[in-house]
Write a protein of this length. Structure first.
Length: 326
């Protein structure tokens, strides 16, 4: 028995040397007030720096596409606009630079209330949350885990290339809220979690739903959804609803928490919701791995002030923990 335990300790030690500390997870769960105030996101280009903390979203993961709601897209259509990047900084002094990713403009989508959702591809990600050697050790570990998952019984539906995956890690230095999406079309309905969501401008909101999600046809037919903010204490219930992405409809009586009607659309929402936004579908656009849905916010009701369920990358979580200790 002692020999077996020794071999296990040696394997763990070797894995730690090769891949870095195993407690550095790929993503972590945080309880924060909404909107989060820990990280600022800056769009930096030839025409200055803009705060885009509350209007940057993922619009697809393969190929990785970032959307930023802006007043116009003219600056990015000029030949001189090729030096554009996002900076992720601590919102608290000394505003430490934690990550950076370069952007290449691809297109824009006009928004109803003015402005546009500018779309970008990513390249040259840089993660400064931890020492460079540790960052690359963990990247190696994530690549190995991805390789194993692809050969397992439940391979991922989307395989991201390394540079795009590293860009996504940088993007998730900024904590992203996880919401429960409610939709009903006739007798069919569903409720499932999403984190590729966010505001993109005045009264405008976007969600990026995987193209294979069974909830997508429901949303397109009904044209109405409700997004419920999840308390961190109910995180496990949100994860449990993830299986509903594979269901065309759910039996509402099987949902493991009490439901109430949303104020405007009367959609079934969790009784524990901190905040509910009710959205009207405006535009639908295929984006590769995902379908981008742009919506108009029809109602926004905050019920309870509490810590909301957010996700962030493990590198940032460790940096945050160290910053609190010091």
């Amino acid at each position: 028995m002692q020999e077996i335990n020794l071999r296990k300790r040696i394997r763990r030690r070797l894995a730690s040397l090769a891949f870095g500390p195993q407690e550095f997870g790929q993503f972590c769960n945080l309880g924060l007030k909404d909107p989060q105030s820990d990280i600022k996101v800056w769009l930096v280009g030839t025409n200055g720096t803009r705060d885009v903390t509350t209007r940057n979203v993922v619009t697809a993961t393969r190929p990785l596409s970032i959307g930023i709601g802006l007043e116009d897209d003219e600056d990015f259509r000029k030949p001189s606009s090729n030096q554009v990047f996002l900076e992720f900084r601590s919102a608290h002094p000394p505003e430490t630079l934690l990550g950076k990713v370069s952007l290449a403009f691809t297109d824009s989508i006009p928004l109803e209330e003015g402005g546009a959702l500018c779309l970008f591809r990513t390249h040259h990600p840089a993660n400064f949350c931890q020492a460079r050697t540790l960052v690359w050790k963990r990247y190696l570990n994530f690549s190995y885990a991805q390789w194993k998952n692809e050969r397992g019984p439940n391979p991922p539906k989307v395989r991201m290339v390394a540079t795009e995956l590293h860009s996504l890690f940088v993007f998730y230095i900024c904590p992203r809220p996880v919401v429960l999406v409610s939709v009903v079309d006739g007798e069919a309905g569903n409720i499932f979690p999403m984190d590729l969501v966010g505001p993109i401008g005045q009264g405008q909101f976007s969600i990026a739903l995987h193209a294979t999600s069974k909830g997508l046809p429901l949303i397109e037919r009904s044209g109405r959804i409700a997004l419920s903010s999840v308390p961190i204490s109910k995180m496990s219930l949100a994860y449990q609803m993830g299986q509903n992405h594979n269901k065309a409809s759910v039996c509402w009586s099987s949902v493991p928490f009490p439901l109430i009607a949303s104020p405007s659309f009367y959609l079934p929402i969790p009784e524990f919701a901190l905040r509910v936004r009710e959205l009207q579908l405006v535009k639908v656009r295929p984006m590769g791995s995902h379908v981008l849905i742009i919506c108009r916010v029809m109602a926004d009701n905050a019920f309870v002030d509490g810590l909301q369920f957010f996700q962030a990358h493990g590198f940032y979580d460790e940096w945050r923990r160290q910053a609190i200790l010091h």
